[in-house]
Design a protein around this ligand. Structure first.
Ligand code: SF4
Length: 244
């Protein structure tokens, strides 16, 4: 982290924490979830020193994924009518047929799993229209997610209330990929990511989306180098970003 970034981090740590609006229990839970994740992200980043970027980046990824998991559980309890409608089941992988657009922290989480080396490429011209590609995700092995514990936020938040719609999307290749889901559950699960992204943005750390397979393959080659550059505010993930 540069000196300017460290100053900004210090300011953020000394600033008032995000507001928690009391009164409406649902609003209070949402605000608390957000504020907790901001605090955790700042605390982890405060531990960054000259040579521990890989450890800090992995801790950030773990913290984010853990918070998303907790948010999913809290949301499922908060909206008791939601869980019975969910059609997602172990071994169902219709939604795993797309080159995923994820955050760098997701790629870091996946790359930190014990994976065999990934041989993955995607022509640049295809990076603007990932949703039109129906190839299996490179992490899908024998029909199962091989990185389930470390799966990206989008895979945690995404769910379906109609598996027939998921099947149709892949079988007849519907480019829009609209899947019916409970948007409250989806939004709630993604909330910790919003908090983390906000902190990264304020510090000037790259928060552009990347193509999961490309970023993981690159991280497998040089985890320490890429994470070090990224946390210094560099653009090491530039070749793996989603082109818009
Ligand atoms: S990372 Fe796992 S859950 Fe996500 S799309 Fe790939 S195989 Fe599916």
């Amino acid at each position: 982290m540069t000196r300017a970034m460290r100053k900004r981090l210090q300011r953020l740590m000394e600033a008032k924490p995000p507001l928690i609006r009391r009164g409406d229990p649902q609003q209070e839970r949402v605000d608390t979830l957000y504020a907790n994740q901001v605090r955790q992200t700042l605390e982890i980043l405060a531990g960054l020193s000259g040579d521990n970027a890989a450890t800090v980046a992995t801790a950030l990824s773990r913290s984010l994924h853990h918070a998303c998991q907790q948010a999913w559980q809290a949301a499922a309890e908060q909206f008791p009518e939601a869980p019975p409608k969910i059609h997602c089941r172990q071994g169902c992988n219709w939604c795993c047929h797309e080159p995923l657009q994820v955050h760098i922290l997701d790629a870091i989480g996946v790359a930190s799993a014990n994976l065999p080396p990934l041989n993955y490429s995607l022509p640049t011209r295809q990076r603007a229209s990932l949703k039109k590609i129906f190839k299996a995700c490179p992490m899908l092995v024998d029909g199962q997610c091989s990185v389930y514990e470390h799966r990206p936020v989008i895979c945690r938040a995404y769910h379906s209330t109609d598996v027939a719609a998921c099947q149709r999307v892949v079988e007849i290749q519907v480019a829009g990929r609209q899947i019916p889901m409970d948007l409250r559950l989806y939004g709630y699960t993604g909330l910790p990511q919003e908090a983390t992204m906000k902190v990264l943005e304020e510090l000037g750390i790259d928060r552009r989306p990347v193509v999961l397979g490309l970023a993981v393959a690159a991280l497998q080659q040089d985890f320490a180098g890429l994470t070090g550059n990224w946390l210094r505010g560099g653009d090491a993930f530039d070749p793996h970003t989603v082109q818009e």
